[in-house]
Design a protein around this ligand. Structure first.
Ligand SMILES: [Zn+2]
Length: 280
């Protein structure tokens, strides 16, 4: 009797360990985990890392990292406001502390603010205590500016370990937001290249990465926004996008005759996971 119970308990622990392990990508490849556990609904915790989201409808989340910047971020806010688009700003804490007014304006205009660490280090290589300080200082600076705490973390370079994700989620309540569209705008390839890359890679449910600290990125945005809108995409905040997540339907046998509207082959999260690079 006791022995049998012991075996059963062991089996359950083993099962949970397998599930937990299979859901967590390593720090090297932050993008591997899909938004929803695929077909098998399991009694485990819901996912906390997102590269893209499966949604019905052509919704996307435009995200801008590393700001706010004194001149470029307000310019970007103007461009977004003129088109009624919403974005998410993953701010560096020390910039947020310098420009609380810009954060306030962003929130007033319907955008979201997320935590991108205090000084942009590689969190995956740091001690828990150092990571905690980076996140807490930024969390405090955001709260001081906008009166509420962020619920999203984007680790610099997409670098974070599975273990860190867990304790950070427990302690701060953050979802970890990576991306599935990366135009590498920080390399400053020229505005038209940034626009072309974003348009090529974006599909329904995409989380698009860009940086509001590079002038050419901001220059690229009017055309990028206009062409995304022309394709039917609507940008909302990351939290709004997460709230719209729908289960990934089981793969039907391909029926070539029935293409759906604009927001297509989005079901699978990024074919090629974003690899953390030396993004500034
Ligand atoms: Zn960054």
């Amino acid at each position: 009797m006791f022995f049998r119970r012991f075996i059963a308990l062991g089996a359950i622990i083993f099962l949970f360990a397998q599930i937990a392990y299979s859901q967590e990508p390593t720090a090297e490849k932050p993008a591997a985990s899909p938004v929803k556990p695929k077909a098998t609904p399991t009694p485990t915790e819901p996912p906390i890392t997102f590269n893209s989201v499966h949604v019905d409808g052509a919704y996307i989340a435009l995200t801008f990292d590393d700001g706010p910047n004194a001149t470029l971020t307000p310019k970007l806010l103007d461009l977004l406001a003129a088109r009624h688009l919403k974005a998410t700003f993953f701010v560096v804490g020390q910039n947020a502390a310098d420009h609380p007014d810009i954060l306030k304006r962003a929130v007033r205009e319907g955008h979201e603010i997320g935590n991108h660490s205090w000084s942009h280090p590689n969190l995956g290589k740091m001690s828990d205590e150092a990571v905690r300080r980076e996140l807490q200082k930024t969390d405090d600076a955001i709260a001081a500016a906008i009166g509420k705490r962020p619920t999203l973390l984007r680790p610099p370079y997409g670098s974070i370990t599975a273990r860190q994700k867990k304790w950070i989620h427990q302690e701060f309540g953050y979802n970890i937001i990576i991306w599935d569209v990366d135009p590498l705008d920080w390399k400053r390839p020229g505005p038209s290249v940034v626009t072309a890359r974003i348009l090529k890679e974006t599909h329904a449910g995409s989380i698009v990465l860009a940086h509001d600290i590079h002038p050419p990125t901001i220059e690229a945005m009017p055309a990028t926004f206009d062409q995304l809108m022309k394709k039917g995409f609507k940008s909302i905040t990351v939290t709004e996008l997460l709230a719209m997540a729908t289960p990934i339907p089981p793969k039907p046998t391909p029926s070539p005759s029935a293409p759906r509207a604009v927001a297509l082959p989005s079901a699978t999260p990024s074919a090629s996971p974003p690899v953390p690079t030396s993004t500034p």
